[in-house]
Design a protein around this ligand. Structure first.
Ligand SMILES: Nc1nc2c(ncn2[C@@H]2O[C@H](COP(=O)(O)OP(=O)(O)OP(=O)(O)O)[C@@H](O)[C@H]2O)c(=O)[nH]1
Ligand SMILES: [Mg+2]
Length: 289
């Protein structure tokens, strides 16, 4: 068996996480669908929004509630788009990892932000800073992300919506140095509009506008999705190679340290033998043997 085919050998030098990421990225190359990942803080309305986007009035496709409902990434395919729902950022330790998993595999992102909190809060900014730190091309993240200002039915004054949008825009520009696309929506109005057959409510929900924005992004970037997926896989492979090289250097250093230590030990032993021999010679001389 070749070394790389030996699981124990691979796990000694690469983490299980590395292997999973490489497998995920390789699989994403085979997929013909466009993946839309939805993310944001706990309870900000991600699952409700996705239900509206896939046309589910009952809200059964993606589970929603006031208590924490989404614990795993869940995906659903609708009209050629794979919508991925993720657990709330910062809700639990492993949740952010699940969100990062989804972003890594997605072609388009929807970042949901609750209008009631005003501008992006610290944990959202931390998430963006992490993207900036670990993504090879952070601007590309903003270009293929739609920032959604959710639950707009809960504010009475349209000025508050405008203020939140300009504050969010400034924050994104500050971090990524590029302009975000921000769409204010209300999943609640969309559901009510559908149930009561009220066009005005549906229009004011802005869900159709969001749907259009997603389709436009799909058209704009359709040629680069496969290229992006390849780039992400190559970047990961490059990083893994660098990681392995650095392990080789560490191991070489360790071997040379051990050799040096062994040499010093041998030298000390040799000195001791010499001392014992000299002592014996002296003793024999004193005894006149
Ligand atoms: N008023 C109003 N409430 C909403 C809207 N969208 C969602 N909600 C409510 O917000 C709460 C959370 O909605 P979810 O869609 O489950 O939120 P989530 O972000 O998926 O939550 P987690 O998966 O637990 O992180 C529920 O009580 C929803 O009814 C909206 O547009 N307007
Ligand atoms: Mg949810």
């Amino acid at each position: 068996m070749s070394k790389i085919g030996d699981k124990n050998f691979v796990l000694k030098y690469l983490t299980q996480e590395d292997i999973r990421v490489i497998e995920d990225l390789t699989n994403s190359l085979k997929s013909k669908n466009i993946t839309v990942a939805c993310m944001g803080l706990y309870n900000h309305g991600k699952s409700s929004l996705l239900n509206a986007l896939v046309g589910d009035i009952e809200g059964e496709t993606f589970k929603t509630a006031d208590i924490r409902k989404t614990i795993k990434n869940k995906q659903y395919t609708h009209k050629g788009l794979v919508y991925v729902d993720t657990p709330g950022l910062n809700a639990r330790k492993n949740d952010d990892k699940r969100v990062m998993d989804a972003v890594r595999k997605s072609d388009i992102n929807i970042f949901v932000h609750n209008v009631n909190t005003g501008e992006f809060v610290v944990s959202e900014v931390d998430f963006f800073q992490n993207i900036k730190r670990y993504w090879n091309n952070p601007k590309e993240f903003v270009e293929r992300t739609i920032f959604v200002l959710s639950r707009i039915d809960e504010v009475n004054d349209d000025d508050d919506i405008a203020k939140a949008i300009s504050a969010m825009s400034l924050q994104i520009k500050d971090i990524f140095d590029c302009e975000p696309t921000i769409v204010p929506v209300s999943a609640k109005r969309w559901t009510a509009g559908q149930i009561k057959d009220k066009m005005l409510l549906i229009k004011k929900s802005n869900i159709r506008m969001l749907d259009k924005t997603i389709k436009n992004l799909c058209d704009k970037y359709s040629n680069s999705f496969v290229e992006n997926r390849k780039t992400r896989l190559n970047d990961k492979l490059d990083n893994t190679e660098k990681q392995l090289h650095s392990k080789i250097q560490t191991n070489k250093l360790e071997i040379s340290k051990q050799k040096q230590a062994q040499k010093e030990y041998n030298d000390r032993l040799y000195d001791d033998i010499k001392k014992i021999e000299n002592t014996l010679v002296n003793m024999y001389q004193k005894l006149g043997v």
